[in-house]
Design a binder for this molecule. Structure first.
Ligand SMILES: [Zn+2]
Length: 267
C-alpha cells in the first residue's frame, strides 16, 4: 500500500474512531454525522464565508469543551478554574445539582462504552442516579435540545446494557457498571441575557450570531447581564431512537466502505 493511502487511512481511524482493547471501532458521534443538520446549513449560509463559519464553529466547540472539562472536574471532586465569561454556565450546572437529586459516582465520569454486537464505541459524560433513575447523561452547550440527541444517547444506553463494560481513554477495560441503565438524559447548559422591557431572551454563545427567543420583535431590547440556565430532558423513545441510530450506521458504513474495508472493520 502506498504511503499516501496509508496516511489517509490512519487519519480516518484517528478522526472517526477509537481503539478498544487493540481493536478499532467507529465513534457514535462520527456515525451520526451522516445525518444532515438543517440548522447547520442555515448557519453556514448566513456566514460571510465558509472559512469564517468554520472559525466560528471552532469557537463554539472550544467553549463547549471548556465547559465539559470544568463540569467533569466538579463531578470527580476536583478544583476548577474557569474564565470569567463561562462562569454563568458553571453556576447553572451547580443549580442543576441543587434542584435535582443527582448521585454521581466519580468513577462513572467520561468513560468509553463498546457495543460488541453492533461494533461501535463512544464516550459518555456521566452515569448516575437522576431523580431516582440510574441514567446516562450527556451535557450539551448548544442553544437548544435537538431531537438528534436521541440518536447518540440511545447508542450509549444500548451499549451500556449489552455487556456493561466501561473503558478508559486508552481503550483499556476499566470496570463493569453495577446494574442496568434505566434512562438517558440531555443536560443543556446555556447562557442568556434577558430583555428588561419585553422579557425576550438573547442566547449567548461564542462564535454564533445573536439568537433571540420569545419577547416582542418590535421592542428596542435592553438586555441585562449574562446569566446561565440549565434544561434537563429525558429521552423516552429508546427503541425508535436506536433503530434510527442503526439506520445512520448503515448509511455511514456505506459511505465509508472503502476505508472500513481497508481497516478490516467490514469484511
Ligand atoms: Zn425587549
Amino acid at each position: 500500500m502506498d504511503q499516501y493511502l496509508k496516511e489517509k487511512i490512519e487519519r480516518f481511524k484517528r478522526e472517526k474512531g477509537h481503539i478498544i482493547e487493540n481493536k478499532w471501532f467507529p465513534r457514535v458521534t462520527s456515525i451520526i454525522e451522516v445525518k444532515a443538520k438543517p440548522g447547520l446549513y442555515k448557519f453556514y449560509a448566513e456566514s460571510v464565508s465558509f472559512e469564517e463559519a468554520n472559525r466560528k464553529k471552532g469557537l463554539a466547540g472550544s467553549e463547549g469543551s471548556k465547559i465539559h472539562t470544568a463540569i467533569e472536574k466538579i463531578l470527580v471532586g476536583e478544583e476548577i478554574t474557569i474564565e470569567k465569561e463561562l462562569e454563568p454556565s458553571i453556576i447553572a450546572f451547580k443549580e442543576f445539582m441543587k434542584q435535582n437529586e443527582i448521585i454521581a459516582d466519580k468513577t462513572y465520569v467520561e468513560k468509553r462504552i463498546l457495543s460488541n454486537q453492533f461494533k461501535y464505541t463512544g464516550t459518555f459524560d456521566f452515569i448516575g442516579y437522576v431523580n431516582g433513575k440510574f441514567s446516562v447523561v450527556d451535557i450539551k452547550t448548544s442553544s437548544s435540545i435537538y431531537k438528534d440527541y436521541g440518536l447518540q444517547t440511545s447508542a450509549y444506553l444500548y451499549a451500556l446494557n449489552e455487556e456493561g463494560n466501561l473503558y478508559d481513554e486508552g481503550g483499556r477495560f476499566f470496570k463493569k457498571i453495577p446494574k442496568e441503565v434505566e434512562s438517558r438524559f440531555i443536560l443543556l447548559i446555556r447562557r442568556k441575557r434577558i430583555c428588561q422591557k419585553c422579557g425576550g431572551e438573547y442566547i449567548v454563545r461564542a462564535g454564533r450570531e445573536p439568537k433571540i427567543e420569545n419577547g416582542d420583535p418590535n421592542c428596542e431590547h435592553q438586555f441585562g447581564e449574562i446569566i446561565g440556565e440549565f434544561e434537563l430532558k429525558e429521552f423516552s423513545n429508546q427503541s425508535s431512537d436506536f433503530r434510527a441510530f442503526l439506520a445512520c450506521k448503515d448509511l455511514w458504513e456505506w459511505e465509508n466502505e472503502f476505508y472500513l474495508r481497508q481497516i478490516g472493520y467490514l469484511d
